[in-house]
Ligand binder design. Structure first.
Ligand code: SAH
Ligand code: SF4
Ligand code: F3S
Length: 439
C-alpha cells in the first residue's frame, strides 16, 4: 500500500540511474510511491555526482531550493545519496540543518532503516565502504520495473585511479559480481519480458580479471547472449586498455551484441594520456578501433574527451581532433577538465585560461556536430531493426532503439511495443531518426 510520495533527482552516470531504481524499489516496500512533484513529496532524495566541480555545486544549489518546501511547515524528509554524499558524509548534516539523511554508495541496503529513523525525526549519515565480497550480498535488487531494456550491474567500483578522476574515491574498490548471480538476474529479467540488457560498471571489460573462478568479460557476454528471450546485449563503460582481442571477437560472432560501443579516449595526445595515467597510447587506442571496425564495419563509436587537462598544448589538442577524425564518433561527451580534491592531477599546475579551455571545447563540439550529422545522414534510406519501447514524440508515433543505439521514431500502433520491427529511415536529426515501418 502506498501512502507516501518519494521525489528523486538523479545526477551523474548510469550507476546512479540504476541506484535510483534500487531506491524506488526499496522504498516502495515502506509505502513510498514515486512522484515528479517535489512540493507534494513526503521525501526528497538527491542522488548526486561529484565527477566535476560544477556537478557538486549544482547539488548545493538544488538543496538550497528544495528546503523551501520543508520551510512550508511540511513534515518532509530530505536526503542526499550518491557520490557527493559519499565524499562529504556527516559534514553535509553539519552544514545543512534541514537535511535528514546522508547515504553513501555502499550503504543502500541501510536506506529503509534510515528512512524509518528519519520519519521519527532522527538524523543519520552512513557512508562506510564495504570493500569486500560482503558488498555483493548486501546489494539491493530492483522490483516492479516494467521497461524492456534494463541495466544489469556486473561490477562495482574502480581501481584505475586515472589521475583526474574522483570515482575510485567515491565508489570504492572494484568488485565483480558472481557470474551465477548475474545470469540468474538476466534469466529472471527475460522471464519478466525484458528484451535488452545493458551490462553495467565503471570498467566492465576488466570483469572477472581478479578471480580465477569467473569467466572473462567476453565469456560473460557469450553466456548472457545465450539466455532465451534476451535479444540484445549492450555494455557500458569499457576501458580501452582492457579491450582484449577476445572481447573484440564477440562483435564478429555474437549476433545479439549491439552495434554500438562506448570507448572513451579522453585525449588523442600521448603526453596527456600519460599524465592522465590511462595505460594506453593514441596508437594502441586506434589499433583497438581499427580492429573493431574491421570485424564489424557498421559498428558505431561513442566516447568521452576531456579538454584543457593541465599542460595540454595546442599541439596536444590538435592530436585529439585528429583522433576524432580517425574514429568518427557518432556521439561524444566532452568535458572541460575540472580539478577534483585528493586526485593526483589536482596537484598539477592547471595553467590554461578559462578562455582557452572554452575555445577548445567549442572547436571540439563543432567537429563532433559535423561527424554526428554526416554519419546519421548515411542512414537515410537504410532499414534498421528497432526494439519498440514506447510511445513516440508525436501522437500516433512509437519510439524505439536501433541496434546501433539511435532513437528511431515512426508512425505505428502501440501494439508494436515490445517487438522488433524493421524501419526504413527517412530523416536524420542530431539526436534521433525518423522512419517508416517497412514490410
Ligand atoms: N569509467 C568511465 C568514466 C566515468 S566518469 C571511463 O573510464 O570511461 C565519466 C567521464 O567524466 C569520464 O570518462 C571523463 O571524460 C569525465 N571526467 C572524469 N573526471 C573528470 C574531471 N576531473 N574533469 C573533467 N571531466 C572528467
Ligand atoms: Fe575514473 Fe578512470 Fe575509473 Fe573511469 S577508469 S571511473 S575515468 S578512474
Ligand atoms: Fe558521478 Fe559517481 Fe557516476 S561521481 S559519474 S555519479 S560514479
Amino acid at each position: 500500500m502506498f501512502d507516501k510520495l518519494l521525489y528523486i533527482e538523479t545526477f551523474g552516470c548510469q550507476m546512479n540511474v540504476n541506484d535510483s531504481e534500487r531506491i524506488v524499489s526499496m522504498l516502495a516496500d515502506l509505502g513510498y510511491a514515486p512522484t515528479n512533484e517535489a512540493a507534494a513529496a513526503d521525501m526528497i532524495l538527491l542522488n548526486t555526482c561529484s565527477v566535476r566541480g560544477g556537478a557538486e555545486e549544482k547539488v548545493y544549489r538544488r538543496l538550497a531550493n528544495l528546503r523551501i518546501y520543508k520551510r512550508d511547515g511540511k513534515q518532509q524528509i530530505i536526503a542526499v545519496g550518491g557520490c557527493v554524499a559519499q565524499q562529504e558524509g556527516e559534514e553535509l548534516l553539519r552544514k545543512l540543518p534541514y537535511l535528514d539523511l546522508v547515504i553513501g554508495t555502499h550503504n543502500l541496503h541501510l536506506l529503509p532503516d534510515m528512512v524509518r529513523c528519519a520519519e521519527r525525526g532522527e538524523r543519520r549519515s552512513e557512508t562506510s565502504f564495504i570493500d569486500n565480497e560482503q558488498r555483493l550480498d548486501l546489494f539491493p535488487s530492483i522490483k516492479g520495473e516494467s521497461r524492456l531494456s534494463r541495466f544489469v550491474t556486473v561490477m562495482q567500483g574502480c581501481d584505475n585511479f586515472c589521475s583526474y578522476c574522483i570515482v575510485p574515491y567515491v565508489r570504492g574498490r572494484e568488485i565483480s559480481r558472481r557470474s551465477a548471480d548475474i545470469l540468474a538476474e538476466v534469466r529472471q529479467l527475460a522471464d519478466e519480458g525484458v528484451r535488452e540488457v545493458i551490462l553495467l560498471g565503471q570498467n566492465v571489460n576488466s570483469y572477472g580479471l581478479k578471480s580465477a573462478d569467473e569467466p572473462s568479460f567476453a565469456g560473460l557476454i557469450r553466456q548472457v547472449a545465450e539466455v532465451a528471450g534476451i535479444e540484445r546485449v549492450r555494455f557500458t563503460t569499457s576501458h580501452p586498455k582492457d579491450m582484449s582481442d577476445e572481447l573484440i571477437a564477440c562483435f564478429a560472432d555474437v549476433p545479439k551484441l549491439s552495434g554500438q560501443i562506448h570507448l572513451p579516449a579522453q585525449s588523442g595526445s600521448d603526453a596527456v594520456l600519460k599524465l592522465m595515467g590511462r595505460g594506453y597510447t593514441r596508437d594502441s587506442y586506434l589499433d583497438r578501433v581499427r580492429k573493431l571496425k574491421a570485424i564489424r564495419p557498421d559498428l558505431v563509436f561513442t566516447g568521452d574527451i576531456i579538454v584543457g587537462f593541465p599542460g595540454e598544448t595546442d599541439a596536444d589538442f590538435e592530436q585529439t581532433l585528429s583522433l576524432m577524425e580517425e574514429v568518427r564518433y557518432i556521439d561524444l561527451f566532452s568535458f572541460v577538465y575540472s580539478p577534483r580534491p585528493g586526485t593526483k592531477a589536482a596537484e598539477l599546475n592547471d595553467d590554461l585560461t578559462k578562455a582557452v579551455k572554452m575555445a577548445r571545447l567549442d572547436r571540439l563540439m563543432e567537429l563532433q556536430r559535423r561527424h554526428t550529422r554526416e554519419i546519421c545522414h548515411t542512414y537515410v534510406g537504410s532499414v534498421m531493426s528497432v526494439l519498440v519501447e514506447g510511445e513516440g514524440r508525436l501522437v500516433g508515433q512509437v519510439s524505439g532503439k536501433a541496434d546501433n543505439g539511435r532513437i528511431v521514431n515512426f508512425t505505428g500502433d502501440c501494439s508494436l511495443i515490445g517487438t522488433f520491427v524493421n524501419v526504413t529511415i527517412t530523416k536524420a536529426y542530431p539526436n534521433s531518426l525518423l522512419g517508416e515501418l517497412s514490410n
